[in-house]
Each structure stands twice: as structure tokens, then as C-alpha cells.
Design a protein around this ligand. Structure first.
Ligand SMILES: Cc1ncc(COP(=O)(O)O)c(C=O)c1O
Length: 253
């Protein structure tokens, strides 16, 4: 089959880069390629471009402050940064909860955490793919460090009541953190994290017309997170590495 005949409908797997996205990115490869950390204007200009982009993503998440927004390379990295980051920052609790239908980037990380000594409760879904929330609430206890739950399922499209889950979990244990994998929800459901009890939320650009290789993580300002990648001061010391300026650049519509 040639490309001409291809009718692509699998936008949950990935999407085509929007032409407007490509257009705003291109000059940052060929013209404005300075290092954002450089002390001279050629780099400083790019630091401002990232600042603007962070503001846009803050609004996209419905977050309170751009300081709550971190750029990552994927939805998988956002999940790992959030989950590992929380557990490394506070080792006082060893119980975790997630669902049986999470994407591999959460599920396989939890399997790994089990090997490292954490107790994990996996919550199931019914025959319609809906989460058994009562089972989830019953599992929360004083040792529960984290609850991870996807917003929309990548295979069934079922939407989980993540705001209600976060609120209920906090009412049982206010110290339990909640991570929401919003990779399949972003761009389809309006996000409004500041008016919820959700502590962290991850998204991935390639699911909604940005290139592969860019994601973002929202972390509520009150939440302490240990960095996964240690090095320079980038991303407020939470993720070292020279910033991916073209991929973070915002589109002016
Ligand atoms: C629900 C969900 N979470 C996370 C991911 C991982 O995102 P990425 O491909 O950016 O690592 C995917 C990708 O398919 C997904 O569908």
C-alpha cells in the first residue's frame, strides 16, 4: 500500500505533527540554536522562548504557576519522573496503588517497584472497563505513598473519575500523593488541575500533534519531588540536560 492510499485513524497511538507546530519549531533548529543557559543574548533569547512555552503549558494544564510545569521527553518519562520522584523524596511509606489497566510506563514501573520491596495493590475494572473505585478507596491506608490512575484508557477510551479519586484518596489519607496519566486525555478533555486534589499529571506531545520526544509533567507546588536526572540547573533542578527549545516552543494562534 502506498502512502497515498493510507487512511490513518490511530490517533491514540500517535498523531501527525501539525504544520503550524513545525513552522514555529524550524527556526529554533537552524537560526536560534543557542544554548538557553548561555550568558549572552543568542542563548538568553531561547531561555525566554522556554519561559513563554511554560506559561502556555501552565494554562493548558489549568495550573496555578509555571513553576509547577516541567518539560520531559515523553509520557513515559513524565510517569517515571513523578512516581520515582515522590518515592525517592519520602521513603516513609511502602504501599502503592494503581490500576490493572495502566499503560506499560506505569504498570511495568510498579512491577519493578515491587521487586524493590514496595507492596502494590492493583485495582481492576468491570466488564465495561470502568474502574472499581470502591475497591481502590478500601485499599488506601496509612502506609499508602501513592495512587496512580490514568485519566482516559488508551484501548477502551473509558474515562476514569480522577478528580473524585484524588479527593476521596486525600480524605482517607491526606499524605497519599496522586499521579494522573493524562496522556490520552490531553487535547480531548479540558484540564483544570488547580481546582483538584491531583498532585501530579503527565502528558505527551505526540498524542496531540506535537513531535515525538516532548512531554510535560505538572507537579503541585506543595509536592516535594526528587530529580531522576541529576546535573545542571535546568527545569528548576528537577531534570538536568540542555533544554529542547524547538520542541518546547509555543504556537501563537
Ligand atoms: C495512557 C498512556 N500513557 C502513557 C503513554 C506513553 O507515552 P509516550 O509514548 O509519550 O511515552 C501512552 C502511549 O501510548 C499512553 O497511551
Amino acid at each position: 500500500m502506498t502512502d497515498k492510499k493510507l487512511i490513518y485513524l490511530d490517533n491514540n497511538a500517535t498523531t501527525k505533527v501539525d504544520e503550524k507546530v513545525l513552522e514555529v519549531m524550524l527556526p529554533y533548529f537552524s537560526q536560534y540554536y543557542g544554548n538557553p543557559s548561555s550568558i549572552y543574548e543568542f542563548g538568553g533569547k531561547n531561555q525566554r522562548a522556554i519561559k513563554e512555552a511554560r506559561e502556555t503549558i501552565k494554562d493548558f494544564f489549568g495550573a496555578r504557576s509555571a513553576k509547577e510545569i516541567f518539560f520531559t521527553a515523553s509520557g513515559s518519562e513524565s510517569a517515571n519522573m513523578a512516581i520515582r520522584g515522590i518515592l525517592n523524596a519520602d521513603k516513609s511509606k511502602n504501599h502503592l496503588i494503581t490500576t490493572k489497566v495502566e499503560h506499560a510506563c506505569v504498570l511495568n514501573l510498579y512491577k519493578q517497584l515491587e521487586k524493590e520491596g514496595y507492596n502494590v495493590t492493583y485495582i481492576g475494572v468491570n466488564s465495561d472497563g470502568e474502574l472499581n473505585t470502591e475497591e481502590l478507596y478500601a485499599a488506601v491506608n496509612e502506609k499508602t505513598a501513592l495512587v496512580s490512575c490514568m485519566y482516559a484508557n488508551n484501548e477502551t477510551g473509558i474515562i476514569f473519575p480522577v478528580e473524585e479519586i484524588a479527593q476521596k484518596v486525600k480524605s482517607i489519607n491526606k499524605d497519599t500523593k496522586v499521579y494522573v496519566d493524562a496522556v490520552q486525555a490531553a487535547g480531548k478533555i479540558k484540564l483544570d488541575v488547580q481546582n483538584t486534589d491531583i498532585d501530579m499529571m503527565g502528558i505527551s506531545g505526540h498524542k496531540f500533534h506535537a513531535p515525538k520526544g516532548i512531554g510535560s509533567l505538572y507537579v503541585k507546588s506543595s509536592v516535594l519531588l526528587s530529580p531522576l536526572v541529576i546535573g545542571g540547573h535546568q527545569e528548576n533542578g528537577k531534570r538536568a540536560g540542555t533544554e529542547n527549545v524547538p520542541f518546547s516552543k509555543r504556537i501563537k494562534r
